[in-house]
Ligand binder design. Sequence first.
Ligand code: HEC
Length: 119
Amino acid sequence: MKKYRYLILFVFILPVIIVSCEYEFVQPIKVTLPNSVSYATDIAPIFDANCTACHNGSYKFDLHTANSYNNLKNGGYITPPDATCQLYVNVSTGHSGVELSAADKALILKWLQDGALNN
Ligand code: HEC
């Protein structure tokens, strides 16, 4: 029996080790950002398309294009204008099952870091 020990190791255990060493290549997500982000052109349409099913004025605040900037600003959701503000926390954590694309999240973060202007 003793002389089969290594045979058993090779036949049964080695394949398990080899298979478990397999690894996957994860492609990094490439996001190309414009030099300047405009609220009206780039950001408001994201909120209009993805948020107004719930945030339509009857729930918390209205994120339709005509009202979204003022509601976010006056409600304090974009202060401070960085990744720690309530808007970005909600956007980046995917609350209520809302998961924006990596490109949309990057756009929103850049817009915030550029001063969160109504531009
Ligand atoms: C399916 C419904 C739904 C959608 C769509 C939705 N939200 Fe919300 N949102 C909620 C609920 C419910 C809360 C309160 C609970 C929470 O914070 O998770 C909330 C809270 C928030 C808050 C924090 C409000 C506060 O006073 O604390 C922000 C900011 C916000 N949402 C932004 C957004 C943005 C931006 C989008 C679109 C990208 C969006 N939401 C889409 C349901 C939704």
